[in-house]
Write a protein that binds this ligand. Structure first.
Ligand SMILES: CC(C)(COP(=O)(O)OP(=O)(O)OC[C@H]1O[C@@H](n2cnc3c(N)ncnc32)[C@H](O)[C@@H]1OP(=O)(O)O)[C@@H](O)C(=O)NCCC(=O)NCCS
Length: 200
């Protein structure tokens, strides 16, 4: 996939790549009360194990600005480096797999429990996050569009996910994006890190 053209704020969209791994890990630690394995990040940036993942990348405005205002002060090699500097503003990771490998209860809820659906594919959204400074600008909506387009192009029968009950912002986001709540699963998440306020 080619990088998208930048929007008004200079944010553009592209697949995650290996150099995103440290930022991806940091953003997950900040935005989620759950810990993810190192293995997950390595696979997400490599597109391994059925994972598809996109990034919203934003330029580092101050450095770019200085470089462009006073190019004579910056050696050409550094200018190039500065222009390329960017931050990971958001990400979405999802895994595509045949229904056969879905949790049986999830299959039931999705209406795909029949044996004939075994070889139909589904897309499961693993994580979606936008750095605090970039929230409420439509970035998550754009990221989700990439996953939905991928699901449509690969003829997935369903796109689904789990979200913690206390995460009302994410629930509102997914509802606004047209997702329907299928069930409440008590005890689905085990949150032990204590890095974020203890959810009720
Ligand atoms: C949930 C999250 C991804 C939303 O990201 P975002 O880029 O701010 O969302 P968008 O700007 O694309 O919002 C699109 C729509 O979702 C809804 N929405 C987004 N954030 C919301 C919030 N905090 N409260 C209520 N509705 C919200 C709104 O309807 C919004 O449309 P609007 O701006 O026209 O009102 C972001 O808050 C986040 O990263 N949270 C922490 C990580 C997380 O919980 N991820 C989801 C679980 S995997």
């Amino acid at each position: 996939m080619a990088d998208s053209p930048p929007d008004r704020e200079g944010v553009y969209y592209r697949p995650l790549r290996p150099s995103d791994e440290p930022s991806l890990q940091q953003l997950h630690a900040r935005l989620f009360p759950l810990d993810y394995d190192q293995d997950f990040f390595s696979k997400a940036v490599a597109g391994a194990d059925g994972i598809v993942a996109w990034a919203a990348a934003a330029p580092l405005p101050v450095l770019t600005y200085v470089g462009e205002l006073a190019p004579q002060l910056v050696p050409p090699s550094a200018q190039q480096e500065w222009r390329e500097a960017e931050v990971l503003a958001g990400f979405i990771t999802a895994r595509a797999f045949p229904t056969l490998y879905a949790d049986p209860h999830d299959r039931d809820l999705l209406g795909l429990a029949a044996r004939e659906a075994d070889q139909e594919w589904v897309l499961y959204v693993l994580t979606l996050g936008v750095a605090e400074a970039y929230q409420h600008c439509g970035i998550a909506r754009r990221l989700l569009e990439f996953a939905l387009r991928y699901a449509a192009e690969t003829a997935c029968r369903a796109v689904y996910l789990h979200v913690a009950e206390f995460n009302t912002a994410a629930q509102a986001f997914y509802a606004a994006a047209g997702f329907r709540q299928l069930a409440v699963l008590p005890g689905f998440y085990t949150i032990r890190t204590g890095r974020q306020p203890q959810p009720v």
